[in-house]
Design a protein around this ligand. Structure first.
Ligand SMILES: *[C@@H]1O[C@H](CO)[C@@H](O)[C@H](O)[C@H]1NC(C)=O
Ligand SMILES: *[C@@H]1O[C@H](CO)[C@@H](O)[C@H](O)[C@H]1NC(C)=O
Ligand SMILES: *[C@@H]1O[C@H](CO)[C@@H](O)[C@H](O)[C@H]1NC(C)=O
Length: 324
């Protein structure tokens, strides 16, 4: 029991260290180059309230929203979020002047607008880039592929438009070992196809829902794929689902509100689903039964996950399959 409490206490400490909240560890001192860069970033963001603690005092002791390496005093993490900037504000180019950043978060800033600046490619050590719940416009820039160490790219809930650049699917090449890869671009205005190269990536979680993506997404699936989340719901995707193979690692599958046709693969009944929804497509044929998927179980999946298709039949839908 005692050791459990210690474990919980140390986990809580870990979490408070990773949120970047004001009152987090901050830095005892930071490298003069980073100190100056942070002041330029503050000015570029029009001096928002949330980073009011970034005062010109010669060091960055007690500054919120940053973490530093104890030995080098370089800023390794910047996490600013949850502020209502008084005026529309762009991501300042000075963001690229913190070359030791491994984690950059600017989120829940409704007046953070404009494009993702090219200077972000100076952040060569970046593994975690989170720019969600802002009002960013312009494209998902092709230059993000220069961030070779990225393993988490979260751009959801913005106003990004245009195609997802094919180059993004090459941003893994050259990386020997990569932990889980997370990509979330949901709730934007992205159009065009999903890059074919995404089929070659070992993506852990891919969320592209609520865009205007068209064409094929079958390359994302396969019996050997490692993804446990695939959400491509609410797009204009159109492909034959019969040919798709489902990996047993997949636990969250959301493809609703597209133009997907064909029948449901048998393996769907073999997965223990956390989230499953294929409604509002053009699917046909019998809903697979049996297995651990329990697609028929109203407490697990239920009819609403299958409704509004062309001719799906069998439980949990009320219409019987008529065989001939
Ligand atoms: C965003 O900026 C506009 C224009 O200055 C302002 O009217 C609005 O209140 C700001 N939004 C927020 C959430 O502060
Ligand atoms: C599936 O999606 C439809 C349409 O968005 C929704 O109405 C339904 O509740 C969802 N069902 C499940 C089980 O998620
Ligand atoms: C479906 O088949 C079952 C068993 O054969 C039958 O009892 C039921 O009335 C049928 N339902 C419909 C909607 O035809």
């Amino acid at each position: 029991m005692g050791s459990l409490l210690i474990l919980i206490a140390s986990l809580l400490t870990l979490f408070s260290f990773s949120t970047g909240d004001p009152g987090g560890p901050g830095c005892n001192s930071c490298h003069p180059d980073d100190y100056n860069a942070l002041l330029r970033i503050k000015k570029g963001l029009n001096n928002p309230y949330i980073i009011i603690s970034w005062e010109e005092n010669g060091n960055c002791k007690d500054w919120c929203c940053i973490e530093c390496d104890d030995a080098t005093h370089r800023v390794t993490s910047l996490d600013v979020g949850g502020d209502t900037f008084k005026q529309p504000t762009n991501i300042p180019a000075a963001i690229g002047d913190l070359p030791y950043l491994t984690s950059l978060t600017l989120r829940k800033l409704p007046n953070l607008t404009g494009p993702i600046p090219p200077s972000i490619t100076n952040l060569k050590k970046l593994t975690f880039l989170r720019l969600d719940y802002n009002s960013l416009t312009g494209p998902v820039p092709a230059f993000l592929s220069e961030l070779r160490n990225l393993n988490s790219l979260r751009l959801s809930n913005n106003k990004l438009s245009g195609n997802i650049p094919e180059s993004l699917s090459t941003f893994l090449s050259g990386v020997v070992s990569r932990p889980d890869l997370y990509i979330d671009m949901s709730r934007n205005q992205l159009s065009g196809g999903i890059p074919a190269g995404f089929g070659e990536l070992d993506i852990t979680s891919l969320t592209l829902g609520r865009n205007r993506l068209t064409g094929d997404a079958s390359m994302l699936f396969g019996s050997k794929k490692g993804a446990y989340v695939i959400d491509i719901s609410r797009n204009l995707l159109e492909f034959d689902f019969s040919k798709v193979r489902i990996s047993k690692k997949l636990t969250n599958l959301e493809i609703s509100h597209n133009r997907i046709y064909g029948s449901l693969p048998k393996e769907l009944s073999q997965v223990y689903w956390q989230i499953f929804n294929v409604s509002y497509n053009r699917l046909c044929g019998e809903i697979p039964s049996g297995g651990t998927g329990r697609l028929q179980d109203p407490d697990r999946v239920g009819a609403s996950a299958f409704v509004h298709n062309k001719c799906l039949c069998g439980l949990p839908l009320p219409n019987n399959c008529t065989r001939n």
